[in-house]
Design a protein around this ligand. Structure first.
Ligand code: BTN
Length: 247
């Protein structure tokens, strides 16, 4: 009945299936994937277009230390990028804070983490969408896929799924053992927008949709992005979408 550690033909959202598994008591590391999602969800309430051939994957993570939870999105991005850089060494795949996978200024993948801190045990559902065979069109930013980036040599979800799962779980193990230091170092090497980059963003909590800008300083103690504004004020971003200032 349950879909633990399986690739489904279709579902609405693998995050929803994984949540059901977590509520039914399935442990840390349990995963579910689907060839197609009918109602794939992205960050900030967006739709995630889910074309067959791309990877749609959700994992259950039960990380005991709650102080590490805010690092899980970036840890997932770093774990995914670590693997992809190893598999495709010719591609300069990067992490775009807070948790996008980025290649040549275009989106290769995205991560949606959903926490249930009051369940027993508390858990986080980590959802990863990776463009393997297709680049979804009609998004508010350019997309790219591994097949296109590799000059048309077909790469599908089946080629990468198991390795991605292991790499993300290894990265979470490292986070639990050593704290965020490795993530901080890897992020510094692979950041799409490194320290010193001038960026702009729209406040996600604000109703007035005002645009702000500043210069990236680096990561704060919870994995937040610290940015200095032109008034020399340092602000912390927790989930905002950032863009290059002059684009
Ligand atoms: C983003 O907006 O960048 C995050 C996209 C996350 C998409 C993945 S696909 C697997 C999982 N199931 C969902 O419905 N969403 C996530």
């Amino acid at each position: 009945m349950y879909a633990a550690n399986q690739v489904l033909d279709q579902c609405d959202s693998t995050n929803t299936v994984a949540k059901e598994l977590a509520e039914a008591g399935f442990p840390h590391g349990t995963w579910v994937s689907s060839r197609v999602q009918n109602l794939g969800r992205g960050r900030l309430g967006r739709e995630w277009k889910s074309l067959e051939g791309n990877l749609f994957l959700s994992l259950i993570a039960t990380v005991e230390k709650k102080t590490l939870w805010s690092w899980i999105p970036l840890t997932t991005a770093v774990g995914t990028v670590r693997l992809l850089r190893r598999l495709y060494p010719d591609l300069d795949i990067r992490v775009k804070w807070p948790n996008d996978i980025w290649l040549r200024s275009a989106k290769l993948g995205g991560i949606l983490c959903e926490a249930s801190p009051f369940s027993t045990p508390p858990y986080i559902i980590i959802g990863l969408g990776l463009n393997c065979a297709h680049s979804p069109e009609g998004l508010d930013q350019e997309a790219i896929d591994l097949t296109q980036a590799q000059g048309g040599r077909l790469i599908t979800a089946d080629h990468v799924r198991e390795k991605v799962i292991s790499s993300i779980l290894d990265e979470i193990d490292r986070l639990e053992l050593n704290g965020p230091q490795t993530i901080i170092e890897s992020y510094a090497s692979w950041a799409a927008y490194p320290a010193g980059t001038e960026v702009k963003w729209t406040a996600s909590q604000s109703s007035n949709q005002e645009e702000y800008s500043g210069t990236i300083q680096g990561l704060g103690p919870s994995g937040e992005l610290q940015v200095t504004t032109s008034q020399n004020e340092t602000v912390s971003l927790f989930a905002e979408d950032i863009k290059i200032k002059n684009c």
